[in-house]
Ligand binder design. Structure first.
Ligand code: MLT
Length: 315
């Protein structure tokens, strides 16, 4: 396949550029392009590599007259119009494994941080207050964690939080109860999960079946004080419903790394981020040096394999 010229439009680790160049592929890095600039630029390239900032819309794919492949240095491909790409016979590649440990570690960090009011306590001390009583938390040990999505990340979260003494229950439409048992997760139906869990963490892609999956109806079925973690994709948790549940005390707090719109601009999302019970981070799940090198190398290797038609990667 002819892949001689590749455009990278989001900050991907230099390892990707180096590897592509070492294999004779010409690479241009153009970050922060406007929609119009991208439409103009793309016409000259055989390959496009993105993270989550670039929206690879039908218009971008149509403008990519020579485009053969779009690669996502990350797991989710929701910023790429895959249907349109398929129609145009443009391959879409991702790197599902490279980020798993990093996304898992941020999830675990948010769980433990929420339990002990670490962020709120630290901010209050920096502001010159000494509020020991206000920031008293609870132990993680003995609490029940509901994991929705038992793929790579969900499993890694289960294993680590079990070491903290959490009981782990979970659901995934394509994982069996026997499989879940192998990593000590009790498989339950969603309706069985909601009333028994202290924490819910979602690790699914954003697809029609998971959009606003954590909504007001679900939150109403949960124990009072349940805490919600989303390091997966904005839109899986209904932000308006979550904010309302936090404000009325049904939900005890949330750790949110991803948003319905990024960067967030809607008043509801901004209010959610500002809520003292919310620990919000700017889509940092995959932002570690290790994960970035891994996904950069993985995406480059797949491009090279395609260029060389290596059956190890293209079969
Ligand atoms: C992913 O889908 O793996 C992450 O969202 C990647 C990223 O941070 O860009």
């Amino acid at each position: 396949m002819e892949i001689n010229k590749v455009l990278i439009t989001d900050a991907v680790d230099q390892a990707c550029v180096n590897l592509l160049k070492e294999n004779g592929i010409d690479v241009s890095c153009r970050y922060n392009l406007t929609k119009e600039e991208l439409l103009e630029e793309i016409s000259d390239y055989h390959g496009l590599i993105v993270r989550s900032d670039t929206k690879v819309t039908a218009a971008v794919l149509a403008a990519g007259l020579k485009l053969k492949v779009v690669g996502r240095a990350g797991a989710g491909v929701d910023n790429i119009d895959v249907q349109e790409a398929t129609k145009r016979r443009i391959a879409v590649l991702n790197t599902p494994g490279g980020n798993a440990v990093s996304a898992c570690e941020l999830t675990c960090t948010l769980i433990t941080t929420l339990a002990r009011n670490v962020v709120q306590g630290a901010a209050s001390l920096k502001a010159g207050r000494w509020d020991r009583k206000l920031y008293s938390g609870h132990e993680i040990c003995g609490k029940v964690l509901g994991i929705i999505g038992l793929g790579r990340i969900g499993r890694e979260v289960a294993i680590r939080m079990q070491a903290w003494g959490m009981k782990t229950v979970g659901y995934d439409p394509i994982v069996s109860a026997e499989e879940a048992k192998k990593f000590n997760v009790q498989f339950l139906e969603l309706e069985e999960i909601w009333p028994i869990v202290d924490y819910i963490t979602v690790h699914t892609p954003l697809i029609p079946e998971t959009a606003k999956m954590i909504n007001s109806k679900v939150l109403a079925k949960c124990k009072k004080g349940v805490k919600i973690i989303n390091v997966a994709r904005g839109g899986i948790v209904d932000e308006e419903a979550l904010l309302k549940a936090i404000e009325d005390g049904r939900c005890g707090g949330a750790g949110i790394d991803v948003f319905e719109q990024e960067p967030p601009t809607s008043p509801v999302t901004l209010k959610l981020i500002q809520n003292p019970k919310v620990v919000a981070t700017p889509h940092l799940g995959a932002s570690t040096s290790e994960a970035q090198v891994r996904v950069a190398v993985e995406v480059a290797e797949q491009f090279i394999a395609l260029a060389k038609r290596n059956p190890k990667y293209t079969s």
